[in-house]
Design a protein around this ligand. Structure first.
Ligand SMILES: NC(=O)c1ccc[n+]([C@@H]2O[C@H](COP(=O)([O-])OP(=O)(O)OC[C@H]3O[C@@H](n4cnc5c(N)ncnc54)[C@H](OP(=O)(O)O)[C@@H]3O)[C@@H](O)[C@H]2O)c1
Length: 313
């Protein structure tokens, strides 16, 4: 990519897309093409074809998606499958038709089997059943990465994909039902502090182990791969480090300044005991996550405080 290459970032207002735009600008790429959801609905094939034919971007980062937490995924699997499948197929297909040089598809670690050996390597894809609660989303993401692979194989394109672990950072979604665990905890502890609540009850026993990657670190990898990686196998993005939900909860409470007590409702499910990505491939490609979790959470909480509207998303 040159500094004047025409680069389209799909989903640039989202957490990942906005981090990719920040990183592109930081590195001097200044010919960015951006469209909001309202300006271009990527589920509309005719509109997407028209946009690509007019703009002919040379590089595409596909960070648009219908994203949600466990409740949203469980209650609306048809919407998750349809919207993600449509927007991915429309964008990737139109990119290929319009001779886009390179495309990078953003997926998610939920593409891997529910009982995949830990840490999860890229080659455990499709080796056993998926986690049922987000199967529809995972199937759509698998289709996106496979479509890139098939285009590469059949037509010699150079399209790649990256599968991040749990992400967090500026522009996150703090919605009480639609958010992921870390932003949800930030919001809960912030509200508990504001209203002087003495106790916050969390689900399960706090023992599950999870991995969290600061979104700006992912954006750095996304550019690094676009600039240097040519291969037909997806690349995992994570820190390779785990933390228990209990430790995470205590860390968020401390950073937010909540001084009440945290109790655990063990009648509620814990979820998968462990979910960790094997990141040796990304490491070999010369990338390593830089932001320590505490620092990342501090930056994210600052963003939450600076952007009160974020909490309403
Ligand atoms: N967040 C995580 O923890 C995480 C973890 C692993 C992987 N990822 C991956 O990273 C990617 C981006 O996630 P994110 O967290 O940045 O999500 P996000 O903050 O919700 O951003 C997604 C963006 O896509 C846009 N979008 C959705 N449907 C669209 C459509 N039909 N047409 C045009 N734009 C549309 C959204 O616009 P509106 O808001 O206006 O609909 C939003 O700006 C996804 O592929 C996701 O799988 C995320």
């Amino acid at each position: 990519m040159n500094s004047d290459s025409k680069i389209y970032v799909a989903g640039h207002r989202g957490m990942v897309g906005s981090a990719i735009v920040r990183e592109l600008r930081r590195k001097g790429y200044n010919n960015l093409i951006l469209r909001t959801h309202a300006e271009l609905d990527l589920c509309r094939q005719d509109k997407v074809e028209q946009f690509f034919a007019n703009e002919r971007p040379e590089y595409v980062f596909l960070a648009a998606a219908k994203v949600g937490g466990i409740i949203a995924n469980q209650t609306a699997p048809a919407d998750f499958m349809y919207q993600n499948m449509m927007l991915e197929m429309n964008v990737i297909h139109a990119a290929w038709q319009n001779e886009c040089k390179r495309l990078e598809f953003l997926g998610s670690s939920c593409i891997y089997p529910r009982l995949a050996p830990q840490p999860m390597r890229e080659d455990c894809l499709l080796t056993s059943p998926l986690e049922p609660t987000n199967e529809a989303y995972a199937l759509a993401k698998i289709s996106g990465l496979k479509y890139c692979e098939y285009l590469n194989r059949q037509y010699g394109t150079d399209y790649i994909s990256v599968m991040p672990t749990n992400l967090y950072g500026p522009n996150d979604n703090y919605h009480p039902e639609h958010s992921h665990v870390l932003p949800a905890l930030i919001r809960r502890f912030h509200e508990a502090k504001e209203s002087g609540l003495r106790e916050v009850v969390c689900w399960g026993d706090g023992s599950p182990l999870r991995e969290f990657l600061y979104v700006d670190d992912l954006a750095e990898l996304a550019l690094h791969l676009m600039e240097h990686y040519h291969g037909n196998e997806t690349v995992n993005a994570g820190t390779g480090k785990e933390i228990t939900i209990k430790e995470l909860t205590e860390t968020v409470a401390r950073i937010v300044g909540y001084e009440g007590i945290v109790t655990w409702d063990t009648s509620r499910p814990n979820g998968t005991p462990r979910k960790l990505l094997d990141v040796s491939k990304a490491t070999k490609l010369g990338w390593v996550a830089k932001t320590p979790l505490e620092e990342g959470i501090r930056l994210t909480y600052q963003d939450f405080l600076n952007n009160p509207m974020r909490a309403e998303r």
